[in-house]
Design a protein around this ligand. Structure first.
Ligand code: DX5
Ligand code: ZN
Length: 256
């Protein structure tokens, strides 16, 4: 896939259930699906890799089969390799783990693949793009964290250069025909989504912004950019040309 084709990659949204109401979990899953999200982002934290503890396998198992959304599991745990089979059995469609964890990266990718699940690696804000380069042909997706992992509702950190470097490297070095998915996670809302998309991300994780919104469906459309006015495309467009001719016409004939 060439650089220009990036414009043809559609943006997908993965809703982080970390911000869902735990007492209404079943309803929240239905709400996400109805709102038009492609994926459900399931954050697993062990209190060791990050200072927080969240969900395990049983809850994931209870979601499986109840939704058409892709189950996108983000492991923020110290020993991901130990739990790959369990999360695959529980219904994960994509498993992402951190390069900074204690498990061997190549072995963990192989374990995910053995289970017939899509494999992804993630990097924290201080880890350089180059850390994922050796695995660019082995993974389906790279997750670039735009906050320090551990909690929802944090302030977005601009990782545009890192995202672009990974997109460029994948375009030049990936041997498979399938384009690399680049996911971002942390502080994504209607103002930060255009920044990460421009840099080359095509799957956006969002939690607090979407659950805070009065209308989740509309908020998803906002971050996908359906209603955004894209100034750059307008400046290149035929419509812009037409508007300029029209204004010149008004001046020339001085209708006032
Ligand atoms: C943070 C988690 C995120 C989190 C994003 O470590 O990995 O998935 O839920 O939440 P927001 O969108 O609120 O930053
Ligand atoms: Zn996450």
């Amino acid at each position: 896939m060439q650089r220009n084709d990036l414009n043809m990659m559609t943006t997908e949204v993965s809703v982080s259930v970390l911000s869902a109401n735990p007492l209404e979990f079943g309803q929240e899953i239905k709400r996400i699906e109805k709102s038009g999200a492609e994926m459900i982002h399931y954050d697993v934290m062990d209190g060791i890799f990050v200072n927080n503890i969240t969900f395990g396998m049983p809850l994931l198992k209870s979601i499986k089969g109840k939704t058409k959304c892709i189950l996108d599991v983000h492991l923020m745990i110290q020993e991901p390799l130990k739990y790959i089979d369990d999360f695959a059995d529980a219904g994960a469609d994509i498993i992402t783990f951190h390069i900074e964890s204690g498990s061997d990266v190549a072995e963990t990718i192989a374990a995910i693949r053995r289970n017939g699940v899509k494999a992804a690696v993630s990097i924290k804000p201080n880890t350089p793009a180059e850390a994922v380069f050796p695995y660019i042909n082995d993974v389906d997706m790279v997750l670039v964290m735009t906050v320090e992992p551990g909690f929802g509702g944090q302030k977005f950190m601009d990782m545009s250069e890192k995202i672009s470097a990974i997109r460029r490297y994948a375009e030049e070095n990936r041997k498979t025909s399938a384009p690399l998915d680049i996911q971002v996670d942390g502080g994504i809302d209607n103002t930060t989504a255009p920044v990460v998309k421009k840099a080359g991300a095509n799957i956006l994780v969002s939690g607090s912004y979407l659950f805070r919104a009065e209308n989740m469906g509309l908020a998803i459309e906002y971050i996908k950019g359906m209603f955004a006015f894209d100034l750059n495309s307008f400046l290149d467009s035929d419509l812009n040309c037409f508007v300029r001719i029209f204004i010149t016409f008004l001046f020339v004939f001085d209708f006032n």
